[in-house]
Each structure stands twice: as C-alpha cells, then as structure tokens.
Design a protein around this ligand. Sequence first.
Ligand code: PLP
Length: 482
Amino acid sequence: MKTDGTREAALNLNAETFRMLGHRLVDQLAERLAAMPRGPITRADSPSAVRSALDLNGPLPESGMDAASLLDQTTRLLFDHSLFNGHPRFFGYITSSPAPIGMLGDFLAAALNPNVGSFGLAPAATEVESQTVRWIAELIGYPAGCGGLLVSGGNMANLVCFLAARHAKPGLVYASEETHTWIQKAADISGIGAELMRWIPTDASLRMDVAALRRQLDADKAVGGVASLIIGTAGTVSTGVVDPLPEMAAICKEYGAWFHVDGAYGGFAAAVPEAPDDLRALSEADSVAVDPHKWLYAPLEAGCALVRDRELLRAAFSHHPPYYHFDEQATNFVDYGLQNSRGFRALKVWLALRQVGASGYRKMISDDIRLSRAMADAVDRHPELELMTQELSITTFRYVPEDLKRSAGSEEGERQLNAINRELLDRLQRGGEVFVSNAVIRGRYALRACIVNFHTQLADVEALPAIVARVGREVGLVKVAD
Ligand SMILES: *Cc1c(COP(=O)(O)O)cnc(C)c1O
C-alpha cells in the first residue's frame, strides 16, 4: 500500500499490458494450431524428460518474473511437450478435438469469472447454462423441461444422476458388465456394497442380456428385493455398442425402477440417422448423462446431467444453510448438484451450439461415424489386419502377421497375438504418427480407434492400416511368458 492509499498489486496488469499479452498469445496459438497437423501427435517424453524440459524440479520462486516472457516461454514449452488430441490422426480413448470457439469461450468465461452457484452471483451465466441444458436435451430428443446442469465430465454426470435416483428410490442397482467404471466409484461413494449391486451379463454383441436382467429382477423380487435403478449404456466405452434401451425402458416401467442411460459417449449421436434406432430410446430414461467434451467437441471439461423430473434432482441436492440468502424463485445451481462454487463451463458449449446450430452438429457427428466406417473398410481390406468391431465411431481390429494366420484361434496363437498387439499399441502411441488405444474383446487384445475429431479427413483414416502394419512388422514375434 502506498502512502496515498492506492495499491500496486503484484498480479495486476494494466489494460495496455493485458491487451499486448493477449494479442501475442492469440497470435502464437493461431500459428501453433495451424501447424499441428504437420507435426507429431506426441513426442512421448518420459516424466523426467518433461520435468527437465519445463524446468519443473525447482522450489517455489521467492520473487516473480516478467509476464510477457513467462507466457512466451510457457506457450512454447507446452506446445513442444504435449500430446495433441486436436491432431487429425488422434483416435485414442474418447477424447475430442477442441472447438476453437470453445477455447475463446473459456477465455471470456475466465475474464467474467461468474460464480454459477447462484443466480444472484451469476445472473447471465445462470440463464446461459439453463438454456444450454435445454438445448442439449433438445438435440438428443430428451424433454427440454428436465432438470440438469453442467459438471466436469461423464463420471460426474453419471454420479449426479445416480445420486438423484438413489435419493428417489433406495434398493438394488442393476448394471451390465460393460458399464464404464464410474459405476464402481458411484457405488463406493454412496456406500452401497456388493450386496446391492447386480452385474448383468452381456450377449454375444456385448449388449446387456435383457433375459438375464429379467431373471435377476424376478429372483430378487421373490425374496423381497426392491429394484432402485437400472443402468443402460448408449455407446459403451470399449466398442461403442448400444444396449437394448427400448426393452430396458419397458422393464424399468414394469418393475418400477429408475432408468438411467449413460450416454457420455454416444448420447449426442441420437441426433443423427446413422446411429442405431435403439439409441433414441434414451428419451424414455429418467436420467441421462452426456458429455459435451466428447461429441460436442467442447474443450475439457464439460459433462451434463439431465433428470426428467427436475424436482427429483433438486430434492437430492438442495439444502438451505443459514449463511446463504438466495432468491428461491431463481435457478441456483448449488441446489442441483454437488459443487458449491461453480465456473462458467456452459459458455464454451453454448457458443459452439450457436456457432454451428443443430445442423452443424448433426453433420460433424455423421461425418465422424462415416469416417469410422471407412476406416473399418480400409482395415478389412488390409491382408495383415483383422477387423473386429465397428459401432458408432469406434473401430476395433488387430494385427495378424502372415505366419500367425493359421494359429489364430488356438490358445498359443491367441497368446502370441495378444502380446504382439500389446507391444504394437505401445509403439504406435509413442511413435506420434497415429494415436489409437485398446480394448479387450472376449479375451482378445484389440487396437481401438475412436473418431470424435472434426479435423480428421478421409486421407487420415485411409493412412492408418499401412502405418499399423508397418509398425506391426517391426514388432515381429514377441516372447510370451508362460
Ligand atoms: C467417457 C465415458 C465416461 C466417463 O466420462 P468422463 O468425461 O471421462 O468423466 C462414462 N461413460 C462412458 C460410456 C464414457 O464413454
């Protein structure tokens, strides 16, 4: 504090400096993003190489440094040592390329810095988020009058729905063996042990076996068990398969259970004709989780929980401590989820929805699915690759060298193929040419390419088989431990 009472805060930047730094940063980002397709997806540095490159071993600095050189240096180092899911040949996990308007939206959101816990603290942001939730529901064919909010991702969106369901109706929980691992965390957090979980097997196509579900429900009912919640998946994380949602919805009605659909990956595909019809039955669910940071291409993080009866969502999370004075007529998002202080993550999603509209999204999602099918065709045509599955925008396959073709299927042959493909995945991920992840399909180790990437072109997809086969030949035979 100076003697005249004014203050020079170390963090403050005057308008002129802020403008200069912002322009510089945007210029550098535009250049780096444009150059990204020509460079590697990753350099696959080791953790210690990353630490030394970015000088991350030192103690907390006692004094600061010039903001301009700090930003220049950090931008350069981060772009030189990161993995780029915005690269056109990034097909790993279910991680989308980020929408440029979303990048700018996050910048704008941070500048405003509203706390979207209550309407009073974030009037405009609260209403933008409410509209974003309605638009997301509309896009997937879910009732727009539902309750909902944005959260960090699919895990949290599923957890919010799970807790709302459990609050509305305690009892047994039914999920297929292909359910994403959020369910284990949700079960742990809510304290429901193995005795309340029912794992339902899948059929030959990895969809929930509804006959087995019915048998389990009847067996439980016969001894007085109450069905609380049945979970379906609209696009499983491994292969993108869609559970028989229409039959499951009917079973839920019959047994009085809450029907939750995990649409973290596939939910948005309900908007396009290329998706299986079953997927559209997510409109019948009591709650749905979707992930704007997957098929809406929002920069991380953005998940979305939707609950048909907004009062049941509110009932699960609304408490009224004496230290809050909120307008009860307005939407206060603290009442709808687990977070208290909340960022304006809706803005990047809302901007992208306005920039391209529903038709823009339908086109991008359809193109991703068509490219995935083209990839499956290209894989199928390649003599050294074996196509395993193609669903939504996920293709799974494996490398089968000529001299193992005959032993494929035998125990020893399968062990060798699993080992080769595991090693191949490792090399592909480090090589930086194309990034795929893996799946294990009925005991067989598969390579897995998922396209939620609006930068991917047909040429990228068609280049994949030759790259995989070339690296596969380099792997050669792998010694399998007994
Ligand atoms: C990705 C995914 C999740 C987890 O979502 P995050 O955003 O990673 O938290 C859950 N379920 C399914 C089906 C998914 O694909």
